[in-house]
Design a binder for this molecule. Structure first.
Ligand code: NDP
Length: 405
């Protein structure tokens, strides 16, 4: 029997709970715990209505290691799936070490007082997890997560050597609000207001935020979209794990409307992460902004359109140069029909369930702290096709990558 404890009852936690419930032979017992128990109750009602299965639920403050340890000892799971916020990564890893339980997350640790995400804090747990015989799987959402596996799949099956990877992430959907973010607003805005950064010839190149952009033609009817260079966390692990890679970049689409709102919010100080005193009490502007913006999960009901996330990979095979595009297309409305979610939550929650399934069935289990590209990509790629995120790989016509050269 396998028991999982999912922590975090937001947009992604909802998808993970539904998708685990769909795979009863692996996830025979599912617990969901979060800071606000009412959100767990709502997800439990939805999962019961749609799948007929009943989750167990609990309240927990995952910043509090002792409280989380007590919960883990009570539940006795085989695995903790962390889909709370990046702030909780280290406290949850500590709680897993204290209780002897495997760990999985979808986003790397970020200190609250500094908008700086990187793996150094979590990679520092490698020795402790190895000595405890436990596995920690980091960044098992879509990007990071699936994008890393697309690269290891390409390195295994499509190329003898990889020279460049350009990860492209398009949300061509429409939610009908003037401005909203597709996952936690605080985490999302902290990420995209950072300076751009990419890896080239063994070094990191830093550029002003949103200063490099191009039009990119997305497949399957999405068409041309403006993509902007961002720093994204999978670049850090891929730079270590793709041997001999010369350049790694990450690009995301933004509309003019989105960027205008963001610019105004930044200019007036609403994206600040340091406390300011207002009427005698300290408030953090970005946290106040989060309270004003729509809850990302609430966008799902009326969201239409598609996402496309994939990797444009260049390198050589049998002495010849080639370019491959490995990608997934996901439809917002179809996600809502299946699990009451929009596509950004769905594309994050499904890979988390798949990673958990591979850990619980022993296929992705080895003591230590790992990123997804460090495991055999084949069972993961196969599971994407059967659990709602089918992928395609194309050898595009000449000229496809255009500016990417
Ligand atoms: P939400 O804000 O919708 O949900 C986060 C949930 O975590 C909320 O239910 C929140 O509780 C809960 N939570 C926050 N703090 C604590 C705490 N101290 N103890 C217990 N529970 C807590 O976020 P999303 O669902 O959109 O995102 C979840 C994670 O997924 C984030 O880490 C995000 O960065 C990551 N992500 C990864 C992606 C990928 O492709 N790899 C893409 C998108 C997201 P409350 O309801 O009380 O606020």
């Amino acid at each position: 029997m396998n028991r999982v404890l999912i922590i975090g009852a937001g947009g992604v936690g909802n998808v993970v709970a539904h998708k685990c419930a769909q795979v009863k032979r692996v996830f025979s017992d599912i617990w969901l715990a979060s800071r606000t128990q009412a959100k767990c109750e709502q997800i439990r009602r939805d999962v019961r209505r749609i799948t007929g299965r009943t989750l167990s639920i609990a309240q927990v403050d995952a910043d509090n290691v002792a409280e989380t340890v007590r919960l883990i000892r009570r539940v006795r799971p085989n695995l903790v799936i962390n889909v709370a916020l990046p702030y909780q990564d280290l406290s949850l890893m500590d709680a897993c070490l204290a209780t002897g339980v495997h760990y999985l997350d979808t986003a790397n640790y970020e200190p609250r007082d500094e908008a700086k995400f990187c793996y150094k804090w979590q990679w520092a747990y490698r020795r402790r997890f190895t000595e405890a015989g436990l596995t920690a799987l980091l960044g098992c959402g879509f990007d990071p997560g699936v994008t890393n596996v697309f690269c290891s799949h390409a390195a295994t099956h499509l190329f003898d050597s990889i020279d460049t990877v350009d990860i492209v992430d398009a949300n061509a959907g429409s939610h009908g609000h003037a401005f909203a973010t597709n996952f936690n607003p605080e985490i999302n805005i902290r990420e995209i207001t950072q300076r751009g950064k990419y890896f080239e010839k063994g070094k990191w190149v830093v550029i002003p935020a949103m200063s490099l952009h191009h039009s990119f033609h997305f497949p399957e009817g999405i068409g041309p979209k403006e993509i902007y260079l961002l720093y994204h966390e999978e670049l850090e692990s891929l730079a270590r794990n793709i041997k001999g890679v010369k350049r790694l970049r990450f690009w995301m689409t933004f509309s003019e409307n989105y960027l205008t709102h963001l610019r105004v919010l930044q200019n007036v100080g609403m994206t600040r992460i340091d406390p300011v005193t207002y009427q005698g009490r300290d408030i953090v502007p970005i946290q106040f902004l989060k309270a004003l913006l729509p809850d990302p999960a609430s966008l799902a009901k009326t969201y239409s359109g598609k996402t496309c996330i994939g990797c444009v990979i260049e390198g050589t095979r049998n002495g010849k140069r080639r370019t491959c595009f490995v990608y997934n297309i996901c439809d917002h409305a179809a996600c809502y029909r299946e699990v009451n979610a929009q596509a950004i939550s769905y594309t994050t929650g499904v890979p988390a369930m798949i990673g958990a399934m591979l850990m619980l069935t022993g296929q992705w289990l080895k003591p230590g702290v790992w990123n997804t590209e460090e495991f055999n990509p084949d069972p993961f790629m196969a599971a994407l096709n059967t659990h709602g995120l089918p992928w395609k790989e194309t050898l595009p016509k000449k000229g496809f990558t255009g500016f990417l050269r």
